[in-house]
Design a protein. Structure first.
Length: 151
């Protein structure tokens, strides 16, 4: 199997960063391009939980989150991916699993490398990861975040 494109979805959590060594290893071995993806959740979906979110509230949240995410992606690329031959930074808005699956269709990666769960993960397999694994047309390599030993 040859790997030319890797999709690495991240939410910038320590859990999601557990996938980084695997992304780097595959990139170094195959000289693959990395598609680094962050999905800003569409906050309009949370209106029923938190009260009425007007379109202007949602817009203000995204006006803050999207530039912040782009800056974080730039930091990851500069700090962690500096030795990689080529990387692409993507910031999208919507349902994370759905946007990851759309990106798979659009960009055509050979493999997706992602943590079993991100910042909200409390279970062995997070809901986003589960939906991607179940519906992806390409292999999904899941990485379990490092378990800290209790003192």
């Amino acid at each position: 199997m040859e790997i030319k494109k890797i999709l690495w979805p991240t939410d910038f959590s320590d859990n999601a960063n557990a996938a980084l060594p695997y992304v780097l290893s595959l990139t170094q071995k195959y000289g693959a391009e990395i598609y680094l993806l962050y999905v800003a959740e569409d906050m309009a979906d949370y209106g029923s939980w938190y009260g009425e979110l007007t379109p202007s509230h949602v817009e203000k949240l995204h006006e803050w989150e999207i530039p912040h995410a782009k800056k974080k992606l730039e930091q990851v690329c500069r700090k962690d991916l500096a030795g990689c031959p080529m990387f692409h930074k993507l910031v999208l808005v919507g349902d994370p699993a759905r946007e990851i699956l759309k990106t798979i269709e659009k960009e055509g990666p050979d493999v997706v490398v992602m943590a079993t769960h991100g910042r909200k993960g409390r279970f062995e397999l997070g809901s986003v990861t589960e939906r991607v694994v179940r519906n992806s047309p390409v292999p999904v390599w899941t990485v379990r975040p490092f378990q800290r030993k209790k003192a």
